[in-house]
Design a protein around this ligand. Sequence first.
Ligand code: SF4
Length: 141
Amino acid sequence: MIRLTPWRTVLIPGLDEAGGKQIDAALISAWPSPWITDPVDPRLSVVACSGAPACHRATTAVQADAARLSTMLALRPAAGPVLHVSGCRKGCAHGQAVPLTLVGRAGRYDLVRNGKAADRPALTDMTIESLAAVLERECVS
Ligand code: SF4
């Protein structure tokens, strides 16, 4: 029996090691996005809303950009999220301050440091590529 938790995780009790490896292999190759089965997966450091095209308020591909940045920056899971990628200032995915928040606006991003999506940005009107370069230079993990 599969159990869903309030923390958006799935538990499959009673699997032996071989069964666990089979499930792991299937989930890692899942389309369109591999499931997270590793407790140090860098995506565990990131929260992101649905973004474009799922949300009409979004102008950026939040999910894809968040996945790309989490891998590029080699983030390590911490006590809480390190990076919040939000499609707009509403910040649906995370209501608390985090070290880095990207806020989509007119197809680009603003960067808020140590704050929430609605807070004053430190950098504005950045492409995801230029933001990645800025963040890569900093130690964010
Ligand atoms: S934060 Fe903005 S773009 Fe993201 S889901 Fe909420 S309303 Fe949509």
